[in-house]
Design a protein around this ligand. Structure first.
Ligand code: GDP
Length: 375
């Protein structure tokens, strides 16, 4: 493919030096076409930093991401690992500790505002602790917050004060966990506003790091987000993303299902109750998604005839761009309270006294697993 086809320009950003492109706002070097006329020509990210003192997210692939994590290993710093509570297993950076060397990791769990208000935060913290341990994560501390709704942000600041010990802070996270929302709050509430944000290069990479100055001369360093194709949010077109990312607390939906019944979540994922006694399934999904119930024996035909239309988003054309489904067969043990977790979509809580066999059909590569119930 030529550079022209890729929407790349021959120019480099006068701010950070990255090759400019007009195609994809999510990856480094993006600027809208009209901004090419500006003098000097800078990427959208540098523009926002210079004009609004605000960071915006860019994403990189696994190789670049691991290279830059590797460059953190040679520093003496505190690493803040932001994960999305709503997509916990999907947004954890597995093996983080191996890459950042001996630097301690503070786990910040964002988007707590999405859970029902009645949720007991101590219980939730225990759940996070247990799951993090299962994933092999060693953490100094766990902080629950909502960057967007300003919940628990004082604990983020206390955590930084307590654990930073005069060091720089590297903030790492997958895409869409709310990293830039959190960093922009830190710029307003924690940084040395007198001094400007600066950018520099990660050693051994072409990526720029934004340095947010702190009063003691140290800095908070923003890193690009890593894109995980194992999250539904990363395989859908942008137009569908907003429907998957809930803005308000999720209202759980309870479905009493008989064996042989199927639920469609938009046209994105299908959930079959294959075997078991009649029981309830509680959906924790974005309330913008259409849920459609049908008989399992009719499900194939219904999907063939009505995907992208009656079943809801995405459109038929958009579905062409998304990987085809694979089927995950999951046995929910008898007497357990579990979540069937679908990364980037949400989860279905099964409180099964008698056990259940379910099939989940989801785009190939999307992480689907059974876990201890969060709620
Ligand atoms: P980044 O890619 O990690 O930098 O994420 P952004 O800060 O751009 O946020 C990604 C999406 O998550 C946006 O739609 C935000 O509005 C949303 N978001 C960020 N923080 C929160 C939060 O605390 N709660 C909720 N409900 N949404 C959030």
């Amino acid at each position: 493919m030529t550079e022209q086809q890729l929407g790349q320009t021959a120019e480099a950003c006068a701010g950070c030096g990255v090759r400019l492109q007009t195609d994809n706002p999510d990856i480094p070097g993006y600027l809208p076409e009209a901004a090419l006329q500006r003098d000097p020509v800078i990427c959208q990210r540098c523009f926002r930093i210079r004009n609004y003192n605000e960071v915006s997210s860019v994403a990189v692939d696994q190789d670049d991401f691991l290279r830059l994590l590797g460059s953190i290993a040679s520093t003496d710093s505190l690493v803040v690992h932001i994960v999305d509570l709503y997509d916990f297993e999907g947004s954890l950076i597995s093996g983080l500790q191996r890459f950042v060397g001996n630097n301690p990791v503070l786990l910040v769990v964002n988007k707590v505002d999405l859970l029902p208000k009645s949720m007991n935060l101590n219980r939730l913290r225990n759940w996070v602790q247990k799951q993090a341990k299962l994933e092999g994560l060693r953490t100094l501390d766990i902080i629950l917050c909502s960057a967007k709704r300003n919940i628990g942000f004082e604990h983020v600041i206390e955590g930084l004060d307590k654990h930073r010990k005069g060091r720089d802070v590297y903030v790492v996270g997958a895409t869409n966990v709310g990293k830039s929302t959190l960093i922009n709050r830190l710029i307003r509430d924690y940084s040395d506003m007198e001094r400007e944000l600066t950018t520099s290069r990660y050693p051994g990479t072409t990526l720029d790091a934004v340095h947010i100055p702190l009063e003691d001369g140290k800095a908070i360093i923003d890193t690009p987000g890593i894109m995980y194709a194992s999250r539904l949010t990363e395989v859908v077109p942008r137009s569908v993303l907003q429907a998957l990312l809930p803005e308000k607390p999720i209202k759980p939906l309870v479905y009493q299902l008989n064996e042989g019944q199927t639920l469609f979540f938009g046209s994105l994922v299908r959930f079959d109750f294959v075997q078991g006694e009649r029981q309830s399934f509680t959906l924790y999904l974005s309330n913008a998604l259409n849920v459609h119930r049908t008989k399992l024996e009719r499900a194939d035909e219904l999907y063939e005839d009505h995907r992208g239309e009656l079943l809801g988003i995405p459109t038929r054309e958009e579905l062409e761009e998304i990987p085809a489904w694979t089927r995950h067969s999951i046995r929910v043990p008898r007497g357990s309270k579990s979540d069937v977790f679908i990364s980037g979509l949400g989860w279905i809580q099964v409180n099964s006294t008698t056990g259940a066999l379910v099939d989940v059909h989801a785009p190939k590569g999307v992480k689907v697993l059974l876990r201890e119930a969060m709620i």
